[in-house]
Structure formats: C-alpha cells, structure tokens
Ligand binder design. Sequence first.
Ligand SMILES: Cc1cc2nc3c(=O)[nH]c(=O)nc-3n(C[C@H](O)[C@H](O)[C@H](O)COP(=O)(O)OP(=O)(O)OC[C@H]3O[C@@H](n4cnc5c(N)ncnc54)[C@H](O)[C@@H]3O)c2cc1C
Length: 375
Amino acid sequence: MRDRYDVIVVGIGGMGSAAVAELAARGVDVLGLERYDVPHDYGSAHGTSRIVRRPDATDRASATLLERGLERWRDLEADVDRQLLYRTGSIDVGPADGDALEDARRICEATGLEYDRLSSADLSERFPAFAVPETYAGIYQPEGGVLVPDVGIVAQVTQAHRAGATIRARERVVDWRSVSDGVRVETDHGAYESEALVVTAGPWIPQLVEPLEGVVVPERQLLGWFQPGNPDRFGPDRFPVWTLWTDEGRYFGTPVHDVPGCTVGRRRTREESVDPDAFEREPTQADERLLRSIVEEYVPTAAGPTMRLSTSLSATTADDRFVLDTLPDRPEVVVGTGCSDSAFAFAPAIGEVLADLALEGTTEYDVDPFSLDRF
Ligand SMILES: Cc1cc2nc3c(=O)[nH]c(=O)nc-3n(C[C@H](O)[C@H](O)[C@H](O)COP(=O)(O)OP(=O)(O)OC[C@H]3O[C@@H](n4cnc5c(N)ncnc54)[C@H](O)[C@@H]3O)c2cc1C
C-alpha cells in the first residue's frame, strides 16, 4: 500500500468528491478517504434530490460560486453522460409582506435574475397544487431546479478515478498532525503522509479539526416523501421546487423523482445539534406528523400515504455560510465545511476553491465571506 501522496482529502461526500475530482484533474497525486461507502446515506449528501434555488446565493461571492458550480455540474453531465440537473423552476412562498419574499426579490434584482411575483390568486392559478392563505404571495424563478446528490457524487468520483485519483471507502481517519514536510494522517487501517490535507468531513468535522469545535454544528435533519394524488402533476417537468415560510418554520419540497412521492423537508434550528455518531437516526411518528401537517395544509393534493422518511445530518454555522479556509498557522491544512442545507449546488466550485487553497494557499474566488476568522 502506498503511503505518500501530494494531497489527502478526508470525507468523500458532496464537497470532498468535488475536491478530489478537481485535484486529480490538475494532475495532483491525490488520496481520498471515506469512513462509509461511496456514496452513503449517513451524512449530508443523501437521498434523491437537492434544490437549486438561485436566491440561496445571498451575496456576490456566493452567487459567483453558485453559477460556477452549476456550469461545472452541466459539464460533468456531458462528461459522464448522466442527467444530474433537472430544471423545474423554483418558487418561494410566504407572507406577502414578510422578509423572506423581499430578500428573494432583492437577490433576483441585484443579480439580474428573471422572476415573477405572484399573488396568492396568481399562485393558485399557475400552480394549483399549492393552497396558501390570501395573505401569502410567491416569487417564481424559472432557472431553479433539482440536482441528484448520490449520482452527482458518483459522477465526481468517476471523473477523479479517470484522472488517476485513489479513493478508499470504509477507511476512517482517526487522527492527523502536521509534520516537517506536510501532514501525517492516521486511519483505522494504516497511516499516510502528504504535502497538504483537505478536510471535508461534513457534520463530523469538529471531531477532526479542533478550531471548528463550536463553529460548525452538526444538526439532525428530516425528509419525508408523500404519494401525490396525481403523480403526473408532480413530475420535474410540471412541478417546481419550493420553499415555504410559515410561523412554524421554513419548509421545502421537490417534485417526484426516483421515490414514488414528493419530497418535503423542514429546515431545523441550531437548538437541535447532535452527536453525529449517536443521535436518533430512526424517524419517529412525531417527525412524520410534523411534515405531514405542512403538506396537508399547503400542498394538500400531495398528502397521500407516506412513501419514505429519513433523517440525516447537516453541518451549520451561526451565519449559515461556508467555511472555506486554511487553518491558522497551518497553511497546509484546508477546511471546506459549514455547507448547511443549500450547498450541494455549489459543490464543484467549492472543489475548485479547496484545490486552489491546497496547492497555492490562495484562490482567485472571493472567499473573504467564508473565512474562519469571522467567528
Ligand atoms: C436534509 C438536507 C437537505 C438538503 N437540501 C439541499 C438542497 O435542497 N440544495 C442544496 O444545494 N443542498 C442541500 N443540502 C446540503 C448539501 O446536501 C450539503 O451541503 C452537502 O452534501 C455537504 O457536503 P459535505 O461534503 O460538506 O458533507 P457530506 O456530504 O456529509 O460529506 C462528508 C463526508 O465525510 C465523511 N467523513 C466524516 N468523518 C470522516 C472520517 N473521520 N474519516 C473519513 N471520512 C469521514 C462522511 O462519511 C461523509 O461522507 C441538504 C442537506 C441536508 C442534510
């Protein structure tokens, strides 16, 4: 077994698979280490769909990364000959005078994105699946869509393999330390050394990178799939991805894809931080009721029998932004995390940033908003 590489990437989820693919494409001798399978359902990049919602890029730096990420996903589709991205349009629904819709509108205006503002009546006419109060309105953005996360990871790993990367699944990193000529990484199988280390361990990252303890918080997340009354009306060609703001919280959903039901999820709060190795992974009846009540109220024709429930983990920061940086006094160690619940669409661009930081210590992307020292 070889034990020396140029760069080691820890965690082959959404961000790590992007970093490994990008490093290998640049001719770097890279090793990727993943504690579970490639792909798997235990981390953040599980399931069948990830929303692409342009207003998720709340500033110019994020918007640049999102556009670049989407460009790279499209290139990857052609490269591996698999559809990864489905354009469905995205709709934000919430109180007509609330901050959420105003923010979505402002972001569309600022970045020159096409959008339609829909009153409650317009919304019912254009998307009859939604039943919203008269005091609600919507912002429809036609370029929103869905990415398929597990297929996306496989595509990035396929690309990495083609470019010569070594990726080892079921090998958990237990420790690492800086040494005179780089980094030494210990796993439950052996040890490796490299000039640089990229840690993309998602919700587990605080266990491996001490400066991220308390900065990145692992949270339990929940998704449900419910059978719609008329599945033909809920396919990616007919039904947009949606985000809904209510007094009880923020919810989101996607069309029917792979599972015979529409997805619905609830954005959770930081109060629900968990130990990623010991939390209530099995969904409960209370979880099911929580999601079902929202579908029954706001998308009633999609509230048929439950098809699937799953929990997963996200890694959030207090300001809901990424951390893309080198560690203080350790320029050979790069971290890519804090990807919360809307970062999958950015992944290939984040892979470029992480590769830049690992190889050059700097990047041409504006990563100031994602620096570690903001905390
Ligand atoms: C419920 C939910 C809904 C989401 N919805 C959207 C959405 O609609 N749109 C969107 O763009 N994004 C969405 N996201 C966010 C997106 O999925 C994540 O931002 C993205 O998957 C984060 O990738 P990551 O690489 O940081 O983490 P992960 O994908 O979790 O990858 C981390 C990897 O590191 C591995 N690892 C951890 N510790 C070790 C170790 N010691 N040794 C080796 N390997 C290790 C893990 O096993 C894992 O594979 C959602 C996330 C969740 C949880």
